[in-house]
Design a protein around this ligand. Structure first.
Ligand code: SAM
Ligand code: FES
Length: 346
């Protein structure tokens, strides 16, 4: 199996069957080999730098009803909130003072932030912090709306494709949400010029190894600048409340494969990874990730943006989160840096 890893590292494309074989042949020894190769490639492009993104969870209203998500429309127990423009700007101000040069605005698909409110918010943030990158993660929109965000100054967009397999997609989402539209949105974003991120949950209900192979093929074809993956974690008030969580071990293995498949990709060690294991984010970095996303949302709303159970860092101030992550990265020989951390141009 090491030959498949070597092939990937030499930038030779793997077939669907080869990805399946590689994933199914996992062992502690093979994982260690994969992570060594992934770290070597990561170091070639990024040394021991870890980029930080300040995450602002600005609304948990959502018109969608994804079966896995704790802030889905049908969850009557979710306490809804949305931050005002001033509150969002104050998160940015705090974040800027702490050295953040990328802000990520993430939220449910909240119709309140219609194009005009969103574009005026983007403009204000970019006027106040012209040296910062702004990433959006607000779901599926029309081409015009994405274009308006881009023209207002947004630089990057995260939209996980969730699963590349259409059948699997339909088992994770109610009718009305379509895999075709999700993928169409990603192509629009790339087309418009956003640094674009897709991704998926590891161990989502009904996921097979073949689904993961298709995810990797889809990602290779799309060539996104960012990929977000993390374990699926059940939320008690969703239809998937009794489904098993994704594992640390498989998530790390996929991070390693992703680093070799897309050498320059911006790849976060996610909060979900830190939630299923106390050292999840450190292990993610050691498997090939190069980004962490400390939370800048006001502590008063942190416990309300619960996508899954037992989410970490819901009680910590932004400064604590940043310092905690800096310390964690230092403990494994990595260093968080205050650069924008754009995707490297050739
Ligand atoms: N509404 C935006 C969107 O659809 O892209 C952004 C917010 S959405 C909550 C962000 C991501 O959280 C989703 O793409 C999904 O992969 C992840 N997520 C949701 N529920 C989760 C769960 N139970 N476990 C792990 N990740 C989850
Ligand atoms: Fe937030 Fe550790 S990363 S407290």
């Amino acid at each position: 199996m090491k030959t498949l890893i070597d092939k990937l590292k030499q930038n030779t494309v793997l077939s669907r069957q080869e990805y399946i074989t590689l994933i199914d042949s996992r062992s502690p020894e093979l994982s260690e080999y994969l992570f060594e190769q992934a770290r070597e490639v990561r170091h070639r492009w990024y040394g021991n730098k870890v980029y930080v993104r300040g995450l602002i969870e600005f609304t948990n209203y959502c018109k969608n009803d994804c079966y896995y998500c704790g802030i889905r429309r049908s969850n009557r127990r979710a306490e809804r909130y949305r931050l005002t423009e001033e509150e969002i700007l104050s998160c940015c101000e705090q974040g800027y003072a702490l050295g953040f040069r990328t802000f990520v605005l993430q939220g449910g698909e909240d119709p309140y932030f219609m194009p005009d409110r969103m574009t005026s918010l983007i403009r204000r943030i970019k006027q106040l912090y012209p040296d910062c990158a702004l990433t959006l993660s607000v779901g599926e929109k029309s081409r015009d709306e994405y274009q308006a965000y881009f023209s207002a100054g947004a630089d990057r967009y995260l939209l996980r494709h969730e699963t590349a397999d259409n059948e699997h997609y339909r088992r994770l989402h109610p009718a009305g949400m379509s895999p075709e539209n999700r993928k169409r949105c990603l192509r629009r974003l790339k087309d418009i010029g956003f640094q674009t991120g897709c991704g998926f949950m590891v161990g989502s209900p009904y996921q097979t190894t073949a689904n993961l192979a298709d995810d990797l093929l889809f990602i290779r074809e799309l060539q996104p600048e960012m990929v977000g993956i993390g374990p699926f974690i059940a939320h008690q008030d969703t239809p998937f409340h009794d489904q098993p969580n994704g594992t640390l071990e498989l998530t790390l293995f996929l991070l390693g494969i992703l680093r070799l498949t897309l050498p320059k990709v911006l790849l976060p060690a996610t909060t979900a990874l830190g939630t299923i294991h106390p050292q999840g984010r450190e292990l993610g970095i050691l498997a090939g990730a190069n980004v962490v996303m400390p939370n800048l949302s006001p502590v008063s709303v942190r416990r309300k943006y619960l996508l899954y159970d037992n989410k970490i860092c819901t009680g910590d101030e932004a400064a604590e989160c940043r310092n905690c992550l800096a310390q964690r990265m230092k403990s494994i020989g990595y260093e968080i840096v205050t650069e924008r951390g754009d995707y490297p141009k050739d």
